[in-house]
Design a protein around this ligand. Structure first.
Ligand code: HEC
Ligand code: HEC
Ligand code: HEC
Ligand code: HEC
Ligand code: HEC
Ligand code: HEC
Ligand code: HEC
Ligand code: HEC
Ligand code: HEC
Ligand code: HEC
Length: 288
């Protein structure tokens, strides 16, 4: 990156001091840092900016001290996190331009954990620093290792299959919802894709309109489809010996008190399939 040998430095410093007077600081940076390609900022590589040179100073600051004494003075902003120093001044450089993207940044978990924009974004690099689905699974789960194993469980959202990305549900820059979710709340996030579970239903099942996570888990599960427990235990977390006993090996509490083929060792859902709510006139018990 630094295309400069200390030996030639003296000459270049003299040369640049002339150059600064005649041109902008940005062209001066490129004199010494020739290969500082900025792939995420393609526009800076175009002739729109000064003399076709990338606007180094828009991120690194004017850096006049560095320009006059590069060996001993650093640029205003180096984007290093030295000794756990706050990343705020670094991030503010980016946020000067990216105000909309970072409008919820201040209260985001990532900001509170002192992440910097370049914890995730590579500005100088050999290839396009895109953060599409494939890059995200690598980048996000490098820190979130438990999520990496969750998305590989038998029942999972197709995240590793590249159809979905973490940012379909989360905003890494912060959001108004807990868990940095993209929707106004958790259910709204799910229902943007799963329209058919959206109420209001004629007969609501309160846990569904309350929070999908009462029964589901978002990233992956050993129980199809993305359930956080197997039925009947799933249902028995809330329904213990109600109208009919939750002991499914007996028919005692059922109408007619007959052991039933669908009952024995079977699931609540074989009689109550409308677990998300029912629009059937006689679906009050979620049986249709
Ligand atoms: C005269 C040559 C020269 C010019 C002009 C110059 N630099 Fe440097 N820059 C250097 C050298 C040499 C180093 C390495 C210093 C060191 O190793 O301590 C350096 C280091 C850096 C670093 C890394 C600092 C660190 O602490 O890791 C950044 C970032 C940087 N320069 C940005 C810039 C920017 C932005 C400009 C234009 C405003 C600029 N440089 C202009 C020679 C130059
Ligand atoms: C969009 C903001 C941005 C712009 C524009 C920018 N930089 Fe940087 N620069 C960074 C960040 C962020 C880092 C930290 C490393 C990284 O994320 O790639 C960095 C790191 C550096 C380093 C240290 C690299 C290292 O490996 O230690 C040098 C030198 C540097 N920049 C020079 C320049 C020069 C020269 C220009 C203009 C051609 C420039 N930068 C333009 C954001 C920027
Ligand atoms: C001088 C204004 C400016 C600064 C400072 C700036 N950016 Fe940008 N950034 C832009 C512009 C303009 C684009 C082009 C995309 C667009 O149309 O919004 C862009 C694009 C991006 C993109 C999207 C790239 C893509 O492939 O779609 C990312 C990510 C980004 N910037 C991150 C950063 C980070 C991180 C920093 C701080 C290290 C930073 N920017 C500093 C103006 C800026
Ligand atoms: C935890 C990782 C992470 C951090 C930290 C992060 N970003 Fe991003 N950023 C992403 C991902 C992932 C995307 C791609 C989003 C997508 O494709 O939906 C993105 C997209 C962007 C874009 C493209 C436009 C947009 O809004 O989607 C910009 C600009 C951007 N980030 C700027 C920033 C700035 C500025 C900061 C620091 C305040 C920052 N990012 C911090 C992960 C991060
Ligand atoms: C289908 C939507 C969805 C996708 C895709 C998704 N998440 Fe989540 N994630 C959620 C929901 C909903 C929660 C909140 C769960 C809760 O409140 O119990 C959550 C919670 C989290 C949490 C905090 C709690 C925990 O489990 O540690 C992290 C970290 C997280 N997700 C990271 C990721 C990463 C990384 C990816 C991509 C590999 C990802 N998520 C993909 C919906 C999603
Ligand atoms: C550099 C490490 C790092 C990277 C990369 C990273 N995160 Fe995080 N993230 C954290 C830390 C630290 C926390 C707070 C502790 C925790 O919940 O695990 C956090 C928390 C979260 C939370 C929980 C928010 C809450 O309210 O509990 C979500 C969701 C999340 N990250 C999503 C993502 C996504 C999506 C990506 C990729 C775009 C990503 N993270 C990349 C470090 C990282
Ligand atoms: C960005 C769109 C999107 C969002 C948001 C989303 N999902 Fe999904 N969901 C999908 C896709 C795509 C599948 C896979 C469908 C398939 O394979 O047929 C899926 C599958 C599922 C399945 C398993 C279905 C089956 O037949 O195996 C459940 C359960 C599920 N999602 C629940 C949720 C919950 C709960 C949320 C909120 C935390 C959520 N989804 C958010 C797109 C989404
Ligand atoms: C009371 C527990 C419960 C709650 C709460 C719940 N679900 Fe389900 N969900 C299930 C069960 C059980 C199945 C499997 C149904 C079956 O196998 O017949 C399922 C299946 C699904 C499926 C797979 C497609 C289908 O209809 O079979 C999707 C998608 C889904 N749920 C989304 C959601 C969303 C979105 C929410 C929140 C609005 C939600 N669920 C809340 C129990 C629940
Ligand atoms: C998080 C707690 C919770 C879970 C888990 C749960 N339910 Fe419910 N269920 C409720 C509540 C609360 C009601 C409303 C009770 C009322 O109105 O008296 C309800 C109502 C019902 C009703 C209608 C009863 C009536 O009197 O109207 C049926 C049938 C039902 N649930 C079946 C199930 C099945 C099957 C499952 C498993 C897929 C399940 N529930 C999981 C909390 C839960
Ligand atoms: C063999 C079929 C069958 C199975 C299996 C079954 N139920 Fe039912 N359940 C019924 C019928 C029939 C009713 C009464 C329907 C009516 O009155 O319209 C009922 C009523 C209910 C009610 C309403 C009780 C009340 O007080 O009004 C709840 C709650 C309920 N079942 C939960 C469950 C749970 C939880 C499971 C699994 C542990 C389960 N059911 C398994 C057939 C079944």
């Amino acid at each position: 990156m630094i295309a400069l040998k200390k030996a030639s430095c003296i000459f270049l410093i003299l040369f640049t001091s002339l150059l600064i007077n005649s041109s902008s600081a940005d062209s001066a940076c490129a004199m010494c840092h020739q290969s500082a390609s900025i792939h995420t900022h393609t526009r800076f590589d175009s002739s729109e900016t000064d003399g076709g040179q990338p606007a180094c100073t828009s991120c690194h600051g004017d850096s006049s001290a560095h320009l006059s004494n590069p060996m001993n003075e650093s640029p205003d902003i180096t984007f290093k996190s030295v000794g756990g120093a706050s990343t705020e001044p670094q991030n503010n450089q980016c946020r000067n331009c990216h105000q909309t993207t970072s409008q919820h940044w201040d209260n985001s978990v990532h900001a509170l954990e002192d992440l910097s924009c370049n914890s995730c974004h590579t500005i100088h690099g050999q290839k396009e620093a895109s953060l599409g689905p494939e890059q995200q699974i690598k980048m996000c789960t490098a820190c979130h290792q438990r999520v990496r194993s969750e998305v590989r469980l038998p029942s999972h959202h197709p995240i590793e299959q590249a159809g979905m990305s973490c940012t379909d549900c989360h905003n890494p820059h912060g959001s108004m919802s807990p868990g940095e979710l993209t929707g106004i709340n958790l259910n709204d996030t799910c229902l943007t894709c799963h329209e058919s579970q959206r109420g209001p239903f004629l007969f609501d099942h309160p846990p569904a309109s309350d929070d999908c996570m009462n029964c589901h888990t978002p990233h992956g599960s050993v129980h199809e489809p993305l359930l956080n427990a197997r039925g009947p235990q799933l249902c028995q977390q809330c329904h213990v010996a109600n109208f009919h006993p939750s002991d499914l090996n007996a028919g005692g509490g059922l109408p007619g008190r007959q052991p039933n083929a669908s009952l024995l060792g079977k699931n609540c859902m074989s009689c109550h399939p409308a677990v998300h709510g029912s629009n059937h006139p006689s679906g009050a018990r979620l049986t249709r």
